[in-house]
Design a protein around this ligand. Structure first.
Ligand code: 4NP
Length: 156
C-alpha cells in the first residue's frame, strides 16, 4: 500500500451511509494517510447534501459534513481508488456489475468486512426508518472506520 490510500465508500443514494463514512474516516485521519470519497450506485440524489437525519446524527457527535454532495459512481472510480467499500450486498452487486477487470473486482468489499467477523454483515439502509436507525448506522460506521485505520496502520 502507498500513501495516500484511496478509499471510496458506496451506498444507494449517497446521502445517508456512505457520506457519513466519508466524514468519519476523514475525521480519524489527521495525518492525511487517506484520500476519501463516497458515491451512490444511483443518481437519485445527485448534487444534494446528506440527508438531514444523517447531518443531525453527525452533529450530535461533533462531526462536520460540510461540503459533501451526492454523486453517482462512475466506471473510472473502479480504477481511481485502492479499495471500494459497499454498505450492503445489493450495492456490492451493482459494483460487481460495473467492474470490467479482475483488478477492479478485487477492490470491492463490504464495509463491515473491516470488522473481520467472518459474516456478510451489512450496514442497514436507514432511509425509510426513524432516528434510531441513523444512530445505529453511525455506531457501525464508527467501528468499521476505526478497524480500517488500524488494519492499514502498518502499511501506509
Ligand atoms: P443511502 O440511503 O443509500 O444510505 O444514501 C438511501 C437514500 C435514498 C434512498 C434509499 C436509500 N432512496 O430510495 O431515495
Amino acid at each position: 500500500m502507498s500513501t495516500p490510500y484511496r478509499v471510496l465508500f458506496v451506498c444507494l443514494g449517497n446521502i445517508c451511509r456512505s457520506p457519513l463514512a466519508e466524514a468519519l474516516l476523514r475525521s480519524k485521519d489527521p495525518e492525511g494517510r487517506f484520500e476519501v470519497d463516497s458515491a451512490g450506485t444511483s443518481g437519485f440524489h445527485q448534487g444534494e447534501s446528506p440527508d438531514y437525519r444523517t447531518r443531525k446524527s453527525a452533529a450530535r457527535h461533533g462531526l462536520s459534513m460540510e461540503g459533501i454532495r451526492s454523486r453517482p459512481i462512475e466506471p473510472a472510480d473502479l480504477d481511481r481508488f485502492d479499495v471500494i467499500l459497499a454498505m450492503d450486498r445489493s450495492n456490492r452487486e451493482a459494483l460487481w456489475q460495473m467492474a470490467q477487470t479482475d483488478a477492479q473486482r478485487a477492490k470491492i468489499r463490504l464495509m463491515l468486512d473491516e470488522l473481520q467477523l467472518g459474516a456478510e454483515l451489512e450496514v442497514p439502509d436507514p432511509f425509510h426508518g426513524g432516528d434510531e436507525g441513523f444512530e445505529q448506522v453511525y455506531a457501525l460506521l464508527d467501528k468499521a472506520c476505526d478497524a480500517l485505520v488500524e488494519r492499514t496502520r502498518s502499511h501506509i
